[in-house]
Design a protein around this ligand. Sequence first.
Ligand SMILES: [Zn+2]
Length: 466
Amino acid sequence: MEVMVFSVGLIKKVIVAIKTLVIIVMAKYLYLLMAVIGLIDFINKILSMTNILSGFIGKAVNVTFVTLLIAGSMVWSTGGAKAQVAGSIINPGFEDQATGTDKKVAAGWLPYEQGYKRVKAAHTGAWGITLQSDRSNPGTAGAYQRIDLQQGEIKPVQITGYIKGDRIVNQAGGWFGASLYAEIYLQDGSVVYWNSVPNFGTFGWRWIGFNTGTLAAVNQPIDHIFLVPILGDARGQAWFDDIAVKEHEPGVGVVTIMFDDGELSTYEEALPAMEKQGWQGSTAVITEMVDEDGFMGWEQLQALQRKGWEVVSHGITHEDLTTLSVNKVKQELNNSKRQLERKGLVVNHFALPFGAYNAEIMALGTKSYKSVRAYEQGSNPVGILPWEVKVHGVTTATDSATIADWVNEAKNKGQWIVIVYHKIAEMGDDAYFTTPSDLEEMLQTISDSGIEVVTYNQGWEKFGAL
Ligand SMILES: [Zn+2]
């Protein structure tokens, strides 16, 4: 009997070990395969093509494919690096030198592949680390630490840090520049690989990171995380400092209802439907289009604000910011805000045209906005970062049952959902329109669920990382 129990346990352990290995190997070869057949480029091309096809006020189709599930090939050593208190991180600012070593080694941080150096270059304090892969043998460099969480229930975990870069470029076959990379071990031993948006080029200190609550694959409590500030198969030099891991309690689900592009139907159709429920909506406005045929005018936008609605900037021209020069991007971000403010509108957030972005756009955008919204589909956990707010985009394929599913998920997971509509009309020239009667039915579905409806900024104030 005892032997049987022991054997079953052993077999289980072996199965878990094999499963883990298979996941690691599969993930690794999936990436290699994708790289080899140019699938990543291909996806980017499809996305940009769809963007072009959807026309000038082309609605966001999807985001530029920037965050990749990547593979780990690391054999982790946890000796001396295990955080002592659940959820804590040792030496997050690299201020402490590891005992019995030279000052280039930080307490708590082990070398990842080509390793790191503790140096006097800091976002705060005196010390940080620098990553630079060997010029004669370029590869991946990093530092890592194991963070034990041993969660009893699913809780979102915010992983952030500050990064500075000097001429960072991917090598052939490289894929994620400098970023925060994590291998997230779930309760059953399966692993989720994720990294923040990759950072390239030369830039000053910027905040980066992600929230595990945004990852659908993190569908059970987290046991532990290997956290790696990384220069992944890239040339150049990166500096990291002030790494933070913050676990949040689930929130109370809320919903924001948003109407993109500032079309006239927002005022003529959406406003009365929202008023009927006693709710305030939010609208993302293209400033160049204000007062144009088919779009709201300044007086209508001001009237919306008086009624408690929120105006979000959607840029001046609705051009894909990833195709513009840095100066043009700054104009789109800053001048659109100024134009709206000059008309008395309070603007706290930006919605990216086509949802397209890269690390530089996000870093520029979050200087003048509380958040920069892309168009990735999903819900927002507590501790959502300013560059990772997700939406549920409504198309002609969306019905009340879909809305009910989204709302239930927000309630069950304690998350904030942002439902985005475009034109409210009987007819449209693409998939981004909703008939007035469908809108009314969908709003009724939301009302019946009893979930609280808030504006975008109210949602951000409850769920956003500060
Ligand atoms: Zn738009």
